[in-house]
Design a protein around this ligand. Structure first.
Ligand SMILES: [Zn+2]
Ligand SMILES: [Zn+2]
Length: 251
């Protein structure tokens, strides 16, 4: 046991219970930020079957109906989020958004690295870059960081794929949470612009990271903006995809 773990016993980043055995480094196999119970719930969420392709969520590339309407057919993800008020998926996303917890950040990045590296294996030999959907200004000033950027930067460290801040927010818009699909599209329109780094990605492949994809309005808008830089491909990836709108719109 490390001395620091003795004085500050590591806690599960989801339920807050003290971890019985000290976690290994998160990069190591079995290294964990979750207690056994929360880890089991997390693994179950990753294996939930997609009702369209029938694959487990972590192997499913189905995008949202709104994304498909724009021809954005692929969305890499780890798990589904059905909007339940409690639970490990909700808690991890909540922690990433609000607590700047380093263990949660590394855990999420290591987890997302697995389906991502499987998908991008077909892009071997291509020049890849990682970027993120920028956070809203008000949330950024409230919490002091952009969690999608931290996720993207951690993924960059783990995978060796360089991170570039390619998109910047130029307009705030309203909070998306309570808006309809149409309102979300209108709200997010022209909210983003390319940074000057974007000149580096012509003909390259870009991995676009977000934490949670609900309708896909923000991801769609970021993809439209990124296309102006003439990349060869854009691969959106997220921790969780909301199944509520996913289902409602398909029914
Ligand atoms: Zn726990
Ligand atoms: Zn699917």
């Amino acid at each position: 046991m490390r001395l620091i773990d003795f004085f500050f016993p590591p806690k599960c980043v989801s339920c807050g219970n003290t971890l019985k055995s000290a976690p290994k480094r998160i990069h190591e196999k079995g290294g964990d930020a979750l207690c056994g119970e929360c880890r089991a719930e997390w693994e179950k969420a990753k294996l939930e079957q997609c009702r369209f392709c029938r694959r487990p969520m972590m192997d499913c590339y189905c995008s949202s109906p709104l994304m498909r309407r724009k021809g954005n057919n692929v969305l890499i993800k780890l798990c589904a989020y059905a909007g339940e008020p409690k639970g490990t998926v909700k808690q991890i996303i909540f922690t990433l958004k609000r607590n700047a917890d380093r263990r949660a950040e590394l855990f999420a990045a290591c987890q997302l690295h697995s389906p991502l590296s499987k998908y991008i294996s077909k892009y071997l030999g291509e020049d890849l870059y990682i970027t993120n959907v920028p956070r809203r200004f008000d949330a950024y000033s409230k919490y002091g960081y952009d969690h999608a950027e931290i996720l993207a930067r951690n993924l960059s460290r783990i995978s060796g794929i360089p991170y570039l801040p390619l998109i910047e927010r130029v307009r705030e818009g309203k909070e998306q949470k309570n808006l309809t699909v149409e309102q979300r599209c209108e709200n997010i329109k022209d909210a983003f612009a390319l940074t000057k780094e974007a000149e580096k990605v012509q003909g390259k492949c870009i991995i676009l990271i977000d934490d949670i994809v609900t309708t896909g309005a923000s991801v769609n808008e970021c993809i439209s903006v990124l296309k102006r830089a003439n990349p060869a491909a854009i691969l959106p990836a997220c921790i969780a995809q909301t199944t509520k709108t996913f289902k409602a719109e398909n029914d």
